[in-house]
Design a protein around this ligand. Sequence first.
Ligand code: NAP
Length: 258
Amino acid sequence: MRLKGKTAAVTGAGSGIGKACALRLAQEGANVLAIDLDGASAEKTAEQIRKAGGRADAAAADISEKEAVMAVAEKAAKCFRSLDIWVNCAGISVIQPFLAEDSEQVWDQTMRVNLKGTFLCCQAAVKGMLGHGGSIINFSSQSGKKGTNQYAAYCASKFGIRGLTQSIAAEFAEENIRVNCICPGVILTPMWDKQVNDYAKKKHITPEEVMPRFKENIPLGRLCTYQDVTNLVLFLASKDSEYMTGQSLNLTGGACTY
Ligand code: NAP
């Protein structure tokens, strides 16, 4: 067990990648606080960890609300001895034409959740790690490396997360608080269930053609899996990556090499 005695907070832990991270960190011995907008789904993740013999608690919070984030950080401090790892998985994604009528609303909401939410969670994480250090892992995307059409708000928010990561990493390196971010390619999660039709529409293909089309453009010939992404999260959370901070790591099967 690589994280025995450590405490990890994971946002977006009720679904997709966040849930997979919470379960994997717990398997490696971490005490986990599962955080999600939907408290019931976070509680399900925590329950699954406890049933498997781990230690976990759950909290509902909108990560774009400062008070909610600070309350959750306090809960983490109360539940467990210290805060060592914070994984920022919560995020939203909307595919829409740049000139769509409600594009301003989508822009504001995407920036609020993806960028401001990650910023607020990083503040909470840093405060909890001062004095003993820790590892913060943010989620950018391959869309944080290359802008694509009908994805302006999402791409801008994910580029922003890389800048935020580098800035905090530089500011808190001397406190031994490491901050890195992961830029995955496509992983089949509930996020994709919600947006596959919009993606198909923008590419003029059927929804069934979407995933095979992605695979064609991935040198390693397959989509990213939960195992792939949690392997990297575990590496960044553990001492194995103790000399790494401020990095944006591609996890794209070779599709993105810059
Ligand atoms: P997901 O299955 O939709 O999970 C996202 C989770 O975040 C959901 O549980 C959602 O709660 C929660 N959430 C949304 N808004 C929130 C808020 N304001 N406060 C707290 N929680 C909130 O998505 P995913 O695919 O696992 O994505 C996880 C992260 O990886 C995201 O940052 C995403 O951009 C990034 N990523 C994903 C992919 C991919 O292909 N899946 C690729 C690259 C990067 P509700 O369900 O209750 O709304």
